[in-house]
Design a protein around this ligand. Structure first.
Ligand code: C5P
Length: 223
């Protein structure tokens, strides 16, 4: 079984994906990690993230192992890392270079310990539209920009990061705009995705609503 969860930052995709991965025993691919890894590789190497050729060359060097290594860097999920990921992800050649790696995971889904899984859950922006257009279940998880910025701000506070709400909100709006307006694979719900607005829902309510859809879908398929 392949499930895709797309949508903007801090809408609740990661929490939902982790819940579903556990419930249905699926391997989890957080696809934002590939763009974060490329962005961070460039920042650490002092390269210009706006240079598409250099960004594509960097993407071509990325491996799963390298990505996991970079994910331990303090800037991997910091505002610097988020901004770099957002900029490099808008380059069509970068998206092309990273597509195969993402699609291979659906063919051979593996848990973090290397054990094979019977299916995968993806989270990102284009996983239902481009990466896995034939997924069994597709969800588009969204929430009002202020709600998402507040959630991300509180996450940063919990991690002891010093940022202002205004900064987080502005950063999120810039990333949303870039994701929505880029020419290649802009963020949008797949035609067959179920859209869930989590603005006034708890994580448990979101999980329950999505599980109902999956169970209903499974039942329809077996009839
Ligand atoms: O999901 P996350 O915030 O970690 O993603 C980092 C950045 O990578 C996003 O701002 C988005 O621009 C980009 N991204 C993308 N396509 C995906 C996943 C993430 O363009 N499938």
């Amino acid at each position: 079984m392949i499930i895709t969860i797309d949508g903007p930052a801090a809408a609740g995709k990661g929490t939902l994906a982790a819940f579903l991965a556990e419930k249905y025993r699926l391997a989890y691919f957080d696809t934002g990690m590939v763009y974060r890894a490329v962005g961070l590789m460039m920042v650490l190497a002092g390269l210009d993230i706006n240079d598409e050729e250099q960004a594509a060359a960097t993407a071509g060097q990325l491996t799963f192992v390298k990505m996991m290594e970079l994910s331990k860097h303090p800037d991997f999920r910091s505002p610097i890392g988020s901004q770099a990921a957002s900029v490099v992800s808008a380059h069509p050649k970068v998206r092309q270079a990273l597509l195969r790696m993402q699609q291979d995971f659906a063919r051979h889904p593996t848990f973090a310990d290397g054990q094979p899984a019977s299916g995968a859950i993806y989270d990102g922006r284009d996983t239902g539209t481009v990466v896995c257009p034939d997924a069994d279940f597709k969800f588009f998880i969204t929430a009002a920009p202020e709600v998402r910025a507040r959630r991300r701000y509180e996450e940063y506070l919990q991690k002891g990061k010093e940022v202002s709400f205004e900064e987080v909100f502005a950063d999120m709006q810039a990333r949303d705009k870039r994701d929505a307006e880029r020419a290649t694979a802009p963020m949008k719900p797949a035609a067959d995705a179920v859209i869930v607005d989590t603005s006034s829902m708890s994580a448990a309510e979101v999980a329950a609503a999505v599980c109902r859809q999956i169970e209903q879908g499974k039942q329809n398929k077996s009839e």
